[in-house]
Design a protein around this ligand. Structure first.
Ligand SMILES: O=C(O)CCC(=O)C(=O)O
Ligand SMILES: [Mn+2]
Length: 217
């Protein structure tokens, strides 16, 4: 498995999942979408809708609305508990996180080709010793990576279908975001569109695994 260290604690795994594993993961994600339909989060205070749609699996899910950002055990629209995290994702955490407590939350971000995500830090978790493990499926994202300050210098990399990236240690709180999605850069979601009606027929899916509560005394 190729691993490129981009900064201390920031490791990029190109082609972490091969095409067969990506299709297997999509099959498992279809069950997640059936149990927890994607919703449109809103910005705290302003209630402006995100361009990204989301759902979650795991004991806790990340949500955002007028009351703020938070983790909660239930879907904000249906009030149901989130479905379990698919095996392929638990295995990715076991292989890539080097952190024995299992992930509690997997945020599923759905990007259409016009969606983006502004520069931000992942800092709603209590356990900042655990890394964040992120996987990409579908169209390529131009992913911006900064430093620990909002105005630190940034660079961008392409996250392609099957790639993984891990933010841990000294890079756990780096600023990052998605500048844009490159249309028609992957066939993965198009190819399964006829057989898996619940999945998006294009765009990009990002899976972000996190430990939320403190797992060490
Ligand atoms: O879509 C991505 O690659 C990043 C998602 C992200 O940073 C987040 O959900 O916090
Ligand atoms: Mn993030």
């Amino acid at each position: 498995m190729a691993a490129l260290t981009l900064a201390v604690g920031l490791v990029y795994y190109p082609d972490y999942l091969n095409r067969t594993a990506q299709a297997g993961l999509l099959a498992q994600l279809e069950g997640v979408f059936r149990a927890a339909a994607p919703f449109t989060p809103r910005m705290p205070r302003t209630a402006k809708p995100f361009s990204v749609r989301m759902t979650n699996c795991g004991e806790l899910g990340w949500v955002s609305d007028e009351s703020g950002y938070r983790y909660q055990p239930m879907h904000p629209v249906t009030g149901e508990r989130w479905p379990p995290i698919p095996d392929i994702l638990l295995k990715a955490w076991a292989e890539l996180a080097a952190y024995p407590p299992p992930p509690e939350a997997c945020l599923v971000n759905l990007y259409d080709d016009r969606a983006r995500m502004g520069l931000h830090q992942d800092r709603d978790e209590e356990d900042l010793d655990a890394p964040v493990v992120s996987l990409s499926l579908g169209n390529t994202a131009l992913f911006r990576i900064g430093g620990l300050e909002r105005n630190s210098p940034t660079r961008s990399i392409r996250l392609n279908s099957g790639d993984a990236i891990v933010f841990g240690g000294a890079s756990r709180l780096i600023f990052h975001g998605v500048d844009r999605i490159i249309p028609d850069s992957s066939r993965l979601l198009l190819d399964q569109a006829t057989t898996r009606a619940l999945l998006p027929a294009g765009g990009r899916i990002n899976l972000t695994l996190r430990r939320v509560t403190q797992s060490r005394a």
